[in-house]
Design a protein around this ligand. Structure first.
Ligand SMILES: [Zn+2]
Ligand SMILES: [Zn+2]
Length: 359
């Protein structure tokens, strides 16, 4: 047993040099370890001593799995149960801890849910609307006659998208048309748009996006004017409202499904001048379900302008943003608590969930 006090100065000096050498060697090893983490031989026995990252990975896997179970047992509703609230806030915590960014438990969580959603899309809609929430601001609206996607993206880097190619392209294959709000990568994905176009399905994009790529990818040609596009074979009419995110064109889509209901999607609406005409949207359209970005400017005023029966917010937990602008579910909950004069329920949903709406 050595005690520091007993060591001679020479030994101490040698030890310091040794420690420096070890630290140099360790730095080299750690760089290699960043690519290929050292395997914890006791992981199977649930002993994580000396392997903190391996501990956190296992904790995330258990937490994501339990959240998935809790959400399935407590599906989206106008009134949220305490258990569902807890599950969504726990999800916020995991998704705002950068330890979990682009790690296996996160990929497993989102892809398990997306595969389940893909299977569920087989279930017919007899009456009204079914709204599926996908990654970020992506939604699919299914009626008896039509299945349309808005802002369908896989999310994440091209090298390894959050939703795997094998799932996202099957989801796209089940849709009849796609509407893209604006040019930002968390809403617009050219490969997905081409997948629609190559199957003879129409993609509507804002002015200036993907011009000349494919005749099935069509732009709103008149800016700052409302445009109506009939989709007779889908028994719906698309109304395109001229929104903006700052100065960027941001199409607001009002989808009128005959005999089923009307759904509006706001994209990344954020523009002070537009709020003036947004005030009057409810005078022109009877909107059943509004899908707003959860950080739309002048939120209470804008939501009242659309005047929907229910709201389903989008754009929470955009994982490509830094954590201060990932927009947690708990922040959306707080915002709705504060809009005391609104009186429109927000059916808060997460990736892969659905909600059936009947008039
Ligand atoms: Zn945007
Ligand atoms: Zn966005």
């Amino acid at each position: 047993m050595f005690h520091e006090g007993r060591l001679s100065k020479r030994v101490m000096r040698l030890m310091t040099v040794g420690a420096l050498l070890v630290s140099v060697v360790r730095t080299g090893t750690m760089e290699a370890a960043a690519q290929e983490p050292e395997k914890n031989p006791n992981e199977g026995n649930l002993i994580f001593w000396r392997y903190p990252d391996n501990y956190l990975e296992n904790q995330a896997r258990v937490a994501f799995g339990t959240i998935d179970e809790a959400l399935q047992a407590n599906p989206p509703q106008k009134e949220m149960s305490l258990l569902r609230k807890m599950a969504l806030i726990s999800l916020d915590q995991l998704l705002h801890d950068t330890h979990n960014d682009k790690q296996e438990p996160f990929y497993t969580f989102i892809n398990t849910r997306m595969q389940r959603m893909l299977d569920d899309m087989e279930r017919p809609v007899k009456k009204g609307l079914r709204i599926y929430k996908l990654y970020n601001d992506g939604f699919i609206i299914k009626t008896k006659d039509a299945t349309v996607a808005v802002d369908l993206v896989p999310g994440g880097p091209n090298s390894r998208p959050f939703i795997s190619d094998s799932i996202i392209y099957k989801i796209a294959g089940k849709c009849d048309a796609m509407f893209v709000s604006h040019a930002h990568g968390d809403h617009a994905n050219l490969s997905i748009a081409k997948a629609f176009a190559s199957r003879g399905k129409l993609v509507i994009a804002p002015k200036g996006l993907w011009t000349g790529v494919n005749p099935m990818i069509q732009q709103l040609l008149v800016a700052d004017t409302t445009v109506d596009v009939p989709f007779n074979e889908l028994n719906m009419t698309l109304h395109i409202l001229p929104g903006h995110q700052d100065d960027m064109y941001n199409n607001i889509y009002v989808m009128e499904f005959k005999n089923a209901g009307t759904v509006a999607h706001t994209g990344d609406q954020w523009n002070e001048e537009d709020v003036v005409w947004i005030d009057k949207v409810h005078e022109h359209y009877k909107i059943d379900v509004l899908l707003p970005n959860c950080w739309i400017n002048q939120m209470e005023r804008s939501l009242k302008g659309f005047g929907p029966k229910i709201i389903i917010t989008g754009h929470e937990n955009e994982m490509e943003h830094t954590i201060d602008h990932r927009e947690a579910y708990w922040i959306t909950m707080k915002k709705f608590e504060r809009m005391s004069g609104l009186n429109i329920p927000n059916v808060l949903m997460t990736w892969g969930e659905s909600y059936d709406y009947k008039r």
